[in-house]
Design a protein around this ligand. Structure first.
Ligand code: ATP
Ligand code: FE
Ligand code: MG
Length: 365
């Protein structure tokens, strides 16, 4: 059984053919990152145009590389939520034409569910497990109880950590830094942080008194922005020209983001333990999303998982960021479980905003 997966929820046009064993038969990915980095952020109509220009080629490439004919596919799975409306629309429109042309079953996919389940393509991980998703657009903690059964423990109240790091990087003009050429904001911060003093500015992670598993990153960004402004003033230079202590700022920002993520995750582990929601045997925390490729953040999370005796699983970086593979795999999981094939494709719509699973407040008191 082979499934074609198509991803266009944000700024990556991805397609892949994956089989029921989790073998990737063929894949193709076109990233718009460089265009958006130059523009200083994603401009939705630009993302839409680039998806339109690339989707046919990307899907054809994935099929060609797999050696699988369109008529041999068991189904087509496509991200329909959440994401940028204009981007989601391109993938859905293309996919619906495709499944009509080849008379294939269609499986709509939740992007965050796909991030959460990717790990099961790589190794055996039984439900339930705890999952932390940290990316440019999301920050959430959930208990995965089944392929379509998630308990949302917490999410960000303002922005996502990748977004925060991208904004700090932009504020520091890191694209122009010789060591950061071609890197995303988060990657640039990670590279510079290696040479910096993470405790120099004394930034504080927020929400110490919040007895839940939500996140907030806007306050961290403000503390960092204030420190940058103060330094610029001291040195009498224009915004974005700071050179003297960018390593320290990067290290301190990364450290504060990491400790906030780790503290909220620690709460989630303790909460699930206390409620008997995690298995006694081999309890697992899965971490994914673009920010999960950050080694410092992974190591900070390891302190939490070591202290609480829980297994930490982080898929390799290429499976943490957006791609067609995770969508195809989610399609495989749903097909195997006989869940999610739609009977009337004309009723499928994309949903820019779509929470993952059931909210904790609706279920646990
Ligand atoms: P989403 O998946 O939520 O829709 P997205 O497409 O922005 O959002 P990803 O493609 O998963 O998310 O990840 C991109 C984000 O991850 C960017 O914000 C980037 O700065 C961040 N990122 C990538 N690598 C690193 C790293 N090594 N350290 C920190 N952040 C990183
Ligand atoms: Fe994503
Ligand atoms: Mg992306």
């Amino acid at each position: 059984m082979v499934v074609l997966g198509i991803e266009t929820s944000c700024d990556e046009t991805g397609a892949a053919v994956v089989d029921e064993t989790g073998e990737i038969r063929g894949e193709s990915l076109h990233s718009q990152k460089q265009v958006h980095v130059k523009a200083g952020g994603i401009i939705p109509p630009v993302a839409q145009r680039l998806h339109r220009e690339n989707i046919s080629r990307v899907v054809q490439e994935a099929l060609d590389r797999s050696g699988v004919m369109a008529r041999e596919l068991a189904a087509v799975a496509t991200t329909v939520k959440p994401g940028l409306a204009l981007s989601l629309g391109v993938g859905l429109h293309f996919s619906l034409n495709f499944v009509r042309q080849y008379e294939k079953p269609f499986i709509p996919i939740h992007h965050m569910e796909a991030h959460a389940l990717t790990v099961r393509m790589l190794q055996h991980v039984a439900f339930p497990f705890l999952v932390l998703l940290v990316s440019g657009g999301h920050s959430l903690l959930a208990l995965a109880r089944g392929i379509d059964d998630f308990l949302l423990l917490g999410q960000t109240l303002d922005e996502a950590p990748g977004d925060t790091l991208d904004k700090v990087a932009r504020r520091l003009s890191l694209v122009k830094h010789p060591k950061c050429h071609g890197l995303s904001g988060g990657q640039a911060i990670e590279v510079l942080a290696k040479e910096g003093d993470r405790l120099r500015f004394g930034f504080k992670p927020p929400m110490g008194q919040h007895y839940d598993c939500n996140f907030s990153f806007a306050g961290i960004r403000n503390q960092v922005a204030m420190a940058i402004k103060k330094k610029e003033k001291q040195e009498g230079i224009e915004p974005g020209q700071l050179l003297s202590c960018v390593q320290d700022i990067a290290a301190a920002a990364q450290h504060t983001v990491a400790s906030h993520i780790a503290k909220r995750t620690h709460r989630a582990v303790l909460f699930c333990r206390a409620r008997g929601l995690l298995p006694q045997n081999n309890p697992t925390l899965v971490v994914s999303g673009g920010v999960a490729s950050n080694e410092y953040i992974r190591e900070t999370l390891r302190i939490v998982t070591d202290a609480t005796d829980i297994q930490l699983l982080c898929p390799p970086a290429k499976f943490c960021t957006d791609n067609g593979v995770m969508i195809a795999w989610n399609g495989v999981e749903r097909l195997k479980a006989e869940k999610g094939v739609v009977s009337h494709t004309q009723e499928v719509v994309y949903e820019p905003r779509a929470p993952l699973g059931r909210d904790i407040s609706a279920e646990v008191r």
